[in-house]
Design a protein around this ligand. Structure first.
Ligand code: PBG
Ligand code: MG
Length: 330
């Protein structure tokens, strides 16, 4: 005789209203931080070939783009600069030029949109002739941790002076959160936050980003500072250090292949947890959608929801604008 089920979870899925009533995770436009690419010049946009739908903007065009995003409810932006090769050197000196492309544009954005939050990027790679996040020892090829801290501090200070609300060190040098906090505090920027890239992995998913900025390492890889994708406990060690050093928010990067790390970190901290849905994760969805192999819109929303469900409070994502349009439509 067939047994009749006494427990029927399907009852909670029987209509859209009930499904919405019991939904555990929600996605909102407030969750999004939009990474945007900046180029020198006027009235120009250049598409990033490996990221369909994503452009590099001159400052004037970026202001238009930010205006459109603000109308959609996106209020947080993470700009990244594409720097002319002639301005790059081994010490990334352009990174703390108060009249440089990056600092100038941050000031312009804050002037045009005072309520918008700018999370600025602190790492040497966009300005480094070596394409590394730290200073390369010319003899040994080693990445010099403590000498790099000096540059990172100057970079963070220049960005704070330009009006950045949140400093985002993405470099993975040891001790940089404490170093930057100290520099900010000693220069009357104690109100400026630090969102640390706490667990940033040496990932193949950064490829399209490096195309966008021309920032790929000239020699070697980033494995002596970015984390081994095989490690989860190590993320908790980085978390403890960033908490002690004074981070206001922590980040996991990439997101999609690291949902377990997001959850682990969520379970071990009271700080806000963010995740970076990186360029390669974006490109992957776009490529499959362009081939008609997945439904691009549904896949995008599922990816973003999964990052939220894993425990992220906010998501850096190139999908921000498109997802905001979907959310608006309801
Ligand atoms: N400071 C490095 C940096 N800043 C942002 C990204 C990647 C972001 C993305 O892929 O979307 C990277 C990774 C790297 O090149 O090592
Ligand atoms: Mg660290």
């Amino acid at each position: 005789m067939a047994l009749i089920p006494t427990h029927r979870p399907r009852r909670n899925r029987k209509s859209e209203v009930i499904r919405n009533m019991v939904q555990e995770t929600t996605l909102s436009v407030h969750d999004f931080i939009y990474p945007v690419f900046l180029i020198e010049g006027e009235n120009k946009t250049i598409e990033v070939t490996s990221m369909p739908g994503i452009q590099r903007f001159t400052a004037d065009r970026l202001l238009d783009e930010i205006g459109q995003c603000v109308d959609l409810g996106i209020k947080s932006f993470a700009p990244f600069p594409s720097i002319d090769d002639r301005l790059k050197d081994r010490l990334a000196q352009e990174s703390h030029n108060p009249d440089g492309l990056y600092t100038r544009t941050i000031a312009q954005i804050k002037k045009a949109f005072p309520d918008v939050v700018i999370m600025s990027d602190v790492a040497m790679d966009p300005y480094s002739s070596d394409g590394h996040d730290g200073i390369v020892d010319p003899d040994s090829g080693e990445i010099l941790n403590d000498a790099t801290l000096e540059v990172l501090g100057q970079m963070a200070l220049a960005q704070a002076r330009a009006g950045a609300d949140i400093i985002g060190p993405s470099d993975m040098m040891d001790g940089r959160v404490a170093w930057i906090r100290d520099v900010l505090d000693r220069n009357a920027f104690s109100h400026v936050s630090i969102m640390s890239y706490t667990a940033k992995y040496a990932s193949a998913f950064y490829g399209p980003f490096r195309d966008a900025l021309g920032s790929a390492p000239k020699k070697g890889d980033k494995k002596s500072y970015q984390m081994n994708p095989a490690n989860r406990r190590e993320a908790l060690r980085e978390l403890v250090l960033d908490e002690q050093e004074g981070a206001d928010m922590v980040m996991i990067k990439p997101a999609l292949s690291y949902l377990d790390v997001i959850r682990e970190v969520r379970n071990h901290t009271q700080l806000p947890v963010t995740a970076y849905n990186v360029s390669g994760e974006y490109a992957m969805v776009k490529a499959a959608a362009q081939n008609g192999w997945v439904d691009g819109e549904r896949t995008m929303m599922e990816v973003l929801m999964s990052i939220k469900r894993a425990g992220a409070d906010a998501i850096l994502t190139y999908f921000a604008k498109e997802a905001a349009q979907v959310l608006r439509r309801g």
